[in-house]
Design a protein around this ligand. Structure first.
Ligand code: SF4
Length: 180
């Protein structure tokens, strides 16, 4: 039998919602600290926020779910000065997921061309490296580097939010000049 709504509300009022239980433990895996360090490095290296344009070049959407996670209220990347933007013209980083499909190759090239220099391309996930489990398909051109130059690859299928943050940190660490 389903308990009455008043009982459910009272239960959540006293115990908190089940979905929020992890948030009661402050930074259980150190990810928040990692994101904070990343935010400080962004300010140090760029003097402003880091803008990322995500490009799905043919992903299964698994990588996108991890990107959503890193952008969700739990990780809340924006508070550290890292934000996702809608236009490549506003981006510093192109975060490309999936194998590059034949249908997306030109779109990826155009997105790259529309991104102002200096720019960095991060290939996210095993598919973005060499096509991954889709390699050899008639519909796949290859990994991201088959179409545009890649500065960093994030391994994993899919990479976790922590891997995404660690990789962005490594990317910024290699930057030795501020972008105007
Ligand atoms: S790396 Fe894995 S999760 Fe990401 S697009 Fe490829 S198959 Fe999907």
């Amino acid at each position: 039998m389903i308990p009455p709504i008043s009982k459910i509300l009272f239960h959540h009022l006293v115990n908190g919602p089940h979905t929020m239980s992890d948030r009661l433990v402050p930074d259980p895996d150190g990810t928040e600290e990692l994101a904070r360090t990343l935010g400080e490095m962004v300010r140090e290296k760029l003097g402003r926020s880091l803008s990322i344009r995500e490009v799905d070049a043919g992903s299964c959407n698994g990588c996108e779910l991890e990107i959503h996670a890193v952008n969700s209220p739990v990780y809340d990347l924006e508070r550290f000065g890292i934000r996702f933007v809608a236009s490549p013209r506003h981006a510093d980083v192109l975060l490309v997921t999936g194998p590059v499909t034949a249908n997306m190759a030109e779109a990826l090239q155009r997105t790259y061309d529309a991104t102002p220099a200096p720019k960095w391309v991060v290939a996210m996930g095993d598919c973005a490296k060499d096509g991954g489990c889709f390699a050899g398909s008639y519909a796949v051109v290859g990994g991201v580097s088959a179409v545009v130059p890649v500065d960093l690859h994030i391994p994993g299928c899919p990479p976790s939010p922590r891997q995404i943050l660690t990789s962005l940190l490594a990317l910024l660490d290699s930057v030795d000049h501020a972008k105007p």
